[in-house]
Design a binder for this molecule. Structure first.
Ligand code: M6R
Length: 607
């Protein structure tokens, strides 16, 4: 969602802001803008609806602001349509701001300020915050920010400049992420580390309601009472290459290819003497034994990883696992409390609903375990136990490598849990771990042959709608395949438990309708094949993802993607790859913006 960048230093500020914003494009946005102190110390604003290029074109036409300090923003519309006037920065008069998040009580504040004669030009909650800052302004930026944030409800990260404090940038956050980059004679604010990596790897993680002040002398950080504080300077372990396309046409394709490495980086440090070892993450067999039930709470792809986790954990450890969509869990008054473990899965670690679900679980007395990719993110910092997935930065909006490592961690967790409760012995656990360790090499081989998925994808581009079907783990995987396809190809699709088709959905099948059937589970194979024949005999065009060794009868499938043999339980690690590639190539064939699909944001930091 919205991206914030700010800069103070000796470089051309506009260039730094635009470069930083381009690194945040992956978050999703529909307009962009900057505010820069020019060489006469006046604030110059440029903003435009649409892609960053529109803003650049506008500046080429109207003149580019030249200066050494300023703030920039990519906006993902929440309050008010995407338009020039609703784009950030917003000015309150003496104060100009950029904002990520939602000011929940903006309406009350707007009414209050309107009564005082303040007028508004946009429909945004951000302009309300800018006007409130201006209304409260007493000449001391820090005091004014401290006082104003007491009145703001909701989540926000703000970059703020004051007309009478030229070349100084202020920043504050609550809930929404913000980092402060520290370079030599220059400093930055940004919603995410990639925005500053071209200049520095050193950064501070701003905590709730802390206020950062960036000026020519460097960075100072204050608590919400205006007291100066010292913070630990962190160093990013990514480099600029990690956030480039590395020769691939799209980030998504690059990230699909990074999966074997991501799995190795994630699982190898957690395996000792052939057994899972999560002690470094605060998880021991003794802790695991105590849980009477497990909840897995997440959104989108991360929730689908949770579905795989449920099937595997229940099957191996015989402990009940409930998977919940975070936005449902947080409002359905779940029966959860002491003795329960709530696992929150999140790539970004900043997803608003997942974060709120974690807070609820903690409040109700459950223990929380976060499985998170983004280092230092809110969910990572606040959970009781933490397993980092080491996928590296995931830039494409459609999640691929993050899903892969999420399920890899779910396997390790399930193995350790099953061993802890005595449902499997050490020999079986070692066998499972060593099978998991084989998967990166197998995925590498799968990725050498992408032609079949390209061919399948070319047959899908004219489809209006399709179904993904499977049973058991194949059903869990179908959910992810279907989401991947719809988010980047814009073709409607649904995933269905194959056995459920007869209860209504089969009426949708018509001549030529594509059905992608996943059938990798030996014990359910014959049953899935029967379901496939049911749709095939009603005219469906069946694309079968199954073991290579299976030779389908002519009346079973029109196309087949064959997978190598592996333990049933671990087949999702392989079967997801063709599903990712089918979605990818369908999107490419349709000429869509693969990495930045319409209407979507990478990190969903608002409800
Ligand atoms: O950062 P998170 O893992 O918490 O994000 C959750 C979902 O928003 C995310 O997985 C989304 O569904 C992806 N765009 C799917 O590709």
């Amino acid at each position: 969602m919205c991206g914030i960048v700010g800069y103070v230093g000796n470089r051309d500020c506009t260039d730094v802001l635009i470069n930083g914003l381009s690194k945040l494009e992956y978050r999703g946005y529909d307009s962009a803008g900057i505010a820069v102190f020019d060489n006469n110390q006046k604030i110059r604003v440029a903003k435009s609806k649409g892609r960053l290029q529109n803003l650049i074109d506008r500046m080429n036409q109207d003149g580019k602001p030249i200066g050494n300090a300023g703030i920039g923003h990519t906006r993902w519309a929440t309050h008010g349509e995407p338009s020039d006037v609703n784009s950030h920065p917003h000015s309150g008069g003496r104060v100009t701001i950029v904002h990520n998040g939602i000011i929940e009580n903006y309406k009350q504040i707007k009414d209050y300020l309107s009564d005082k004669g303040v007028s508004f030009a946009s429909d945004t909650d951000t302009e309300v915050a800018a006007k409130l800052l201006d209304y409260n302004y007493n000449g001391s930026p820090i005091e004014t920010i401290s006082e104003t944030i007491r009145d703001l409800e909701g989540s926000y990260a703000l970059g703020v400049i004051f007309a009478d404090h030229p070349n100084v940038v202020y920043a504050v956050r609550k809930e929404s992420p913000l980092i402060v980059g520290v370079g030599k004679d220059e400093s930055f604010i940004a919603s995410d580390v990639p925005a500053v990596l071209d200049y520095t790897k050193n950064y501070y993680l701003l905590d709730h309601e802390e206020i950062a002040v960036l000026d020519k002398t460097g960075v100072k950080i204050f608590d919400s009472f205006g007291r100066k504080i010292e913070k630990e300077l962190k160093t990013a372990d990514w480099d600029v290459e990690a956030i480039g396309k590395g020769g691939y046409e799209h980030f998504m394709l690059k990230e699909i290819h990074e999966q074997p490495t991501a799995i190795r980086n994630t699982i190898m440090p957690r395996i000792k003497d052939g057994l899972p070892n999560l002690e470094e993450c605060g998880i021991t067999p003794e802790t695991l034994k105590k849980f009477r039930q497990i909840f897995i709470v997440a959104c989108g792809t991360a929730m689908h990883a949770g579905m795989v986790g449920k099937y595997v954990t229940e099957k191996l450890a015989r402990v009940p696992v409930v998977v919940d969509i975070a936005s449902e869990f947080r409002y359905r008054d779940p029966i959860v409390g002491e003795g329960d473990l709530v696992i929150i899965i999140s790539q970004s670690g900043e997803t608003a609903d997942s974060k709120a679900a974690m807070h609820l679980a903690k409040k109700k007395g459950a223990k929380t375990l976060a499985i998170v990719n983004a280092m230092g993110s809110s969910i990572a910092r606040e959970a009781d136990m933490l397993i980092y997935t080491h996928a590296g930065p995931e830039i494409a909006v459609a999640s691929t490598k993050a899903y892969m490592v999420q399920i890899a961690v779910m396997y390790l967790f399930a193995f350790e849990m099953a061993l802890a409760v005595g449902a499997i012995d050490e020999t079986e656990c070692k066998r499972l771990v060593s099978t998991l360790m084989e998967t990166p090499d197998m995925i590498e081989k799968l990725l050498e042959h992408k032609e079949t998925t390209q061919y399948i994808a070319s047959s899908l581009i004219t489809a209006d709608s399709l179904l993904y079907i499977g049973r058991g783990l194949d059903y869990a995987l179908s959910m992810e395949g279907s989401l991947k396809l719809k988010e980047i190809s814009y073709i409607h699709s649904e995933s269905y438990a194959a056995g459920e088709l007869k209860h209504g959905t089969i009426s949708l099948i018509h001549d030529g309708m594509p059905v992608i059937a996943v059938a990798t589970q030996s014990d359910l194979f014959e049953k899935t094949i029967s379901n496939i024949q049911e749709v095939k005999s009603r005219g469906a065009k069946v694309i079968l993802v199954c073991r290579d060794s299976y030779q389908p009868e002519p009346n079973t499938a029109d196309m087949k993607f064959g997978l190598p043999d592996l333990d049933d339980l671990l087949m999702p690690m392989l079967a997801v790859v063709p599903l990712q590639l089918i979605a990818y190539y369908t999107s490419v064939h349709k000429g869509n913006d693969v990495d930045k699909p319409r209407n979507l944001a990478k990190s969903v930091t608002v409800e």
